[in-house]
Structures are given as C-alpha cells and as structure tokens.
Design a protein around this ligand. Structure first.
Ligand SMILES: [Zn+2]
Length: 420
C-alpha cells in the first residue's frame, strides 16, 4: 500500500451518527424558508457547537442555514488547492425523521426485524449488500421512520475525519473547508450558498452509497408545469359549453409516452415523470420532472411534452394550455470531463483506503451538480448509506469508517498537488 494507513475512531463515529439521526430534519418542498423546516436548525446548531469543540477554525452558521468551518493547513505547500467537504443535514420528505437508531453489533446474518413495525425486515436474501456485512456493526431505524443515513452518515464521516485531522497535525494537508447544508432532498441544497464565502478550489459531497463509489455523472434535469384552464358553467346546463380541465389533464397524462417513465427505464435511459396534479374542473396544474443524461435527450423530452400539448390544443381549442419548462440541474460530467483531477485523486484515495474505485452514472442529482455547474468541480463520494428513503434504510459502521479514511487520504493527496 502507498502512503500511510489511517484509523478513524469508530466509536466516536458511531456516537456522532446516532446523535444526528435522532433529530428530525425532514425537509419540506412546500416551505419557502431556507432551511425549509425548523428541525434542520437543531442539527446545524449542534454541528456549529461540535466544530468549535473539536477546534475547527472560522466556524460560522449563516443566516440561510449553512455551517462553514476551516481546518487550517498543516502542509508547508502554501499553494495546495483548498478542498471543501459537503454533507446535507436534511432527510427525505417521504417519511418522518427522528430515528430511534438500533445498533446490531457484529451482525450475524440473521433476519433483522424492526421492532416498531415487524413487517419491515432486512434479510440477506431480500436486502442487497447485507450479506457482505456479516460481522459488521449494522445500524437501522426502528421501522416507522427513516434512519436518515442519507445524509447523516456523510455528516458523521465529515465530522470524524475533521476531528481526526485536528488531533493529528502530523498528517500533511492544505486548507480544508467544511460545509453542512440544508434542503438537498428538495433540490435547493446549494441555491443560497455563496461560493466566495465558501472559498474553495474543489469540493466533494459525501452522499453516495457503494464502498469505493465516486460519482461524476448525474442526470440533467428540467421541471415542467402545465396549466390547463377549462370553461366553467353550472353542470345542469353545461351541454356544449363546459370544458372540464380535469378531463383534459387525464387526456394529457394518458398521451404521455408510457415507456419513457421512471417505472419502465433504467441505466442510461431518461424519463418524463408526472409528479403532481392539482386543481378542479375549471383549472388544473400538472407538474412533471424530465430527466436525461444528455442535453439532446432532455430536449427531446421537452419536445415530446410540447407535442402532446399541441395535439390537445387542436382537439379542444376552447381550453387554454400554458406549458413552462425550467432548468433544475445539469450533468456534472460536462464540466468534469474537462478536468478529471478531482475524480482521479479520489480514485487514488479510495485505493489507498484499501478499496476498489467504482463509478456509475447516477439516476439523480446531487448538491455537487449545482456547484459544478457554478464552477466548483464537485464529485460525490460514498459514505455507506443503503436503501435510502425507506424505513429499511441501514448503514454499516465499518463502511462509514472506510469513507472517513478515504477523506484523510484525499486531504493528503491534494496537498501533494500544485494549484490549478
Ligand atoms: Zn442525500
């Protein structure tokens, strides 16, 4: 093995993780505030306090809910790039947070029954990757909440790695910037972050699953909103006059190409996904998301939606259809393929941690999608989370430890490099 081998304090990592997942930090897409929910402030304030306790510099909680801090350089290489580590404090909207974490020490390979809902079980037959974790300390929730390993495993990993570097100034690294952010799950994680305040040259989100995973290719994403205005009249004398917006919404949905849907696509295929219909016979709104790895594919999906609407305009000229698209995020590969150094150094760090680097195109976006498009190259690294957004979410302590050790190697690797 090249370089040093590092050992993160696993019990410290576990305690941190359990402390963070007990807080309910579920985000809310219907809220206009940032963070979107008050629960997220609890964890942000806790992290602010803990960062001061471990001796981080420049600790600050911004008015928009970003915790920023610095690990001062220990390397004489003053020109070493400044590396930022990111993790999001919010949890997915589908289920409550506020987990009661259960630690299954030295997992024996048997069925894990979640006590608050015994119908929820994890077995090596039905839970992918669980068989590989026999002998590990596996952490689950109790059955009625998320565990919140997405992304509190990332938060705990960043805090543990930061604590380790502060206790071991003999490990050479350049300036490391830390950022804990709200609202990743509602795709607003980075919208209020000021890059000049962050002051980093390169970044990594800790928000991935598989051991050794380095993501640098994500979907490109648009949202679409179709508003349909019908013609209202008392139904008793509506014949020949009424135009029912709800029936038009139904026609629209059934005319969308069914095979281009999340439930029928995988791998590198994109989709059109209606997510919400709201309204009444007079007017209603259909909200959709469009996804594709390539911009040309995304444009084709916009065109497919436009074509369906154009057809309805001909069928029902008395209705008013208004269709609007908006950009959500773009595939980070477009920027990273011009400078693969952040990915290559992450691969080397993964190898030094004794793992095999893997990269797959991820069918989603990350906070790094936004940052990369704004000029801060930001791949996504694994932190061990599994079966996220589900009551059966779980994580292995040993995998989180590997993630933190990868970060230490990465810190060291960047200080060996010169400024770009
Ligand atoms: Zn996440």
């Amino acid at each position: 093995m090249i370089g040093m081998s590092y050992s993160i304090d696993a019990e410290d990592l576990l305690e941190r993780f359990c402390r963070y997942v007990r807080l309910d930090t579920r985000s809310d897409p219907h809220s206009d505030t940032c963070p979107s929910t008050p629960g997220q402030w609890q964890l942000l304030r806790l992290l602010e306090t803990e960062l001061r306790d471990i001796g981080a510099a420049d600790v600050r909680l911004t008015a928009e809910g970003y915790v920023l801090a610095t690990l001062p350089a220990t390397s004489p290489n003053a020109g070493a790039p400044r590396v930022a580590w990111f993790a999001h404090v919010d949890t997915a909207t589908e289920l409550p947070g506020g987990a009661k974490p259960i630690v299954h020490r030295k997992y024996d390979g048997g069925a894990i029954v979640l006590p608050d809902d015994p119908a929820q079980q994890l077995t090596v037959e039905t839970t992918s990757h669980l068989r590989d974790k026999i002998g590990h300390d596996v952490i689950t929730a109790s059955g009625i909440t998320l565990l919140g390993a997405d992304d509190k495993s990332g938060v705990a990993v960043v805090m543990s790695a930061a604590g380790h570097l502060l206790r071991h100034p003999e490990i050479p690294h350049g300036i490391i910037r830390l950022c804990f952010n709200p609202d990743e799950e509602i795709a607003r994680g980075m919208t209020k972050l000021k890059l000049d305040e962050l002051s980093a040259d390169v970044g990594y989100t800790l928000d991935g699953e598989d051991l050794g995973e380095i993501d640098f290719e994500t979907f490109s994403a648009d949202a679409a909103v179709l508003e349909i205005r019908g013609v209202s009249i008392h139904p008793g004398w509506a014949k020949g006059i009424m135009v029912n917006a709800l029936r038009l919404a139904g026609s629209f949905l059934s005319a969308l190409p069914a095979e281009v849907s999340p439930e029928r696509t995988a791998g590198r295929e994109g989709f059109i996904h209606p997510v919400e219909v709201e309204g009444n016979a007079d007017r209603c709104t259909v909200r959709m998301i469009l996804r594709d790895f390539e911009l040309a594919g995304l444009a084709a999906k916009r065109a497919a939606v436009e074509k369906v609407v154009a057809g309805l305009r001909i069928v029902e000229p008395r209705a008013v259809f208004s269709l609007k698209f908006s950009e959500q995020y773009r595939n980070m590969r477009y920027w990273l393929e011009k400078d693969m150094r952040p990915v290559e150094l992450a691969r080397e760090a993964v190898r030094r941690a004794g793992l095999t680097p893997i990269s797959t195109a991820i069918r989603g976006g990350t906070d790094g999608s936004n940052l990369t498009a704004r000029g801060l190259l930001c791949p996504n690294l694994f932190c061990g989370m599994r079966e996220v957004h589900s009551p059966r979410e779980w994580v292995s302590l040993q995998d989180m430890k590997k993630s933190a050790e990868t970060l230490l190697h990465l810190a060291e690797l960047w200080q060996e490099s010169s400024p770009s």
